[in-house]
Design a protein around this ligand. Sequence first.
Ligand SMILES: [Zn+2]
Length: 485
Amino acid sequence: MSPSSSQGSRAPTPEPQPRADPPSRDAVNQMILGLGKSYVSAQRIADRDDRAPDESTALLRQHAAVDRPAPGKARIAVWAVLTTVFAVSLVFLLGFPQLFPDALAPLFGKLPRDPTRAALVILDNAPVIDGHIDLPILLRMLYANNVSAVDLTKELPGHVDIPRLRQGKVGGFFWSVYVNCADPATEGEDFLASTWRVRDTLEQIDVARLTIEKYPDVFQYALGSGDIRDAISKGKIASLLGVEGGHQLGNSIAVLRTYHALGVRYVTLTHTCHNAFADSCGMTPGKIPLHGGLSPLGLRLIDEMNRLGVLVDLSHTSDDTARQALKHSKAPVIWSHSSARAVYDVPRNVPDDVLALVGTGEGQTDAVVMVNFAPFFVAAPGNASVYTVADHVEHIAKIAGKKHVGLGSDYDGIEETPVGLEDVSKYPALFAELYKRGWDRYELAGLAGANLLRVFEGAEKVSLELQAAEPVFDVYHKRSDMPLP
Ligand SMILES: [Zn+2]
């Protein structure tokens, strides 16, 4: 409760009040992040400082004018001793900060020295927003999407449930509404044979939304950056939807608009297959390109994503697709779950020359590369750990900058996990490791979610600017079921 509110209505002769302290570094940090809790802190600071300076000084003068009896000698001596003890303690503690009990450090606006404690303090203020979690496909495979059979309050097979999300300080994540690529052997390679991918994607959107709605005290459906802040300020987990591949659009830009209307806020341009819009990098080894990056329809898809405010996700794409998309997109882009190729050389990871195109300088595009935890993308077999994942984070930060790295674990979409990052409860271990390596609270808050929020806001701004533009009506040129323009 703030000093002013504790007094209720204004007393006739109030005690003099000290001027409000300047905001602590923590409060400033939270304001910089702009996360939900920061609004609370900023308001508290404003509440404490809402008296006019004249009022304060007048009260001080009034108080000083009151006659008081002269203090006794014994009282003066006690005060002198107490003041001396206090002053000596202060000098001693400020000179030797290592003497502060570590657990009390946050009370003094400092981070604990213990990396795990420090990580928890940072994540309390700036919780994790993960770019890619595959819980919906797990619910499809384990429960045939029957949400009533799912109990997320208990330990679920896989890597995600509510107790572990809470333990891991998760403030939001993209629920991947993934379905797999069409089988070229039975469904052809020219994307014209009918598939069930759009139906199945709608089912995945349905299971994600019903699961979010089943736990209204825990999850909050989020359609934009404002919703993420709002959910976090209420202690809830912001829940967003991401579609993992253009094949799930049935090669139709009209389907993109429909998914957007249902709440989808990113589309990965490809999964492991090429589609009518863009080339995929495949898995290992990589795929032979089909379009040489983006097709003309792919360029138009990005135009429409920019207009709608659907984030362009470049995970799974070929390097040429990524380069061309970075150049073409008017809005900042993401890699929802990709690591660094220079650290571990697989096609799914982002090469340095592409990372160099990320930024806010000349010829660069703002983006966030959200590091994937999948062991087969992180390190040689048997070597993936919290330390090697930290190496990927640091490498992306070295090339693209610390403001351009985030986390996209791929939990529930991978069978194995790195040692030390076994499930969603373990994010703090990664933050502790990076804290040990010298990352400060601002940089770690950026990694946790603030970098993604900045990129998301950038895309929302572009979308607002493009609202007057016509929707994109281009139709895939190989289709014969409707007249081509
Ligand atoms: Zn993926």
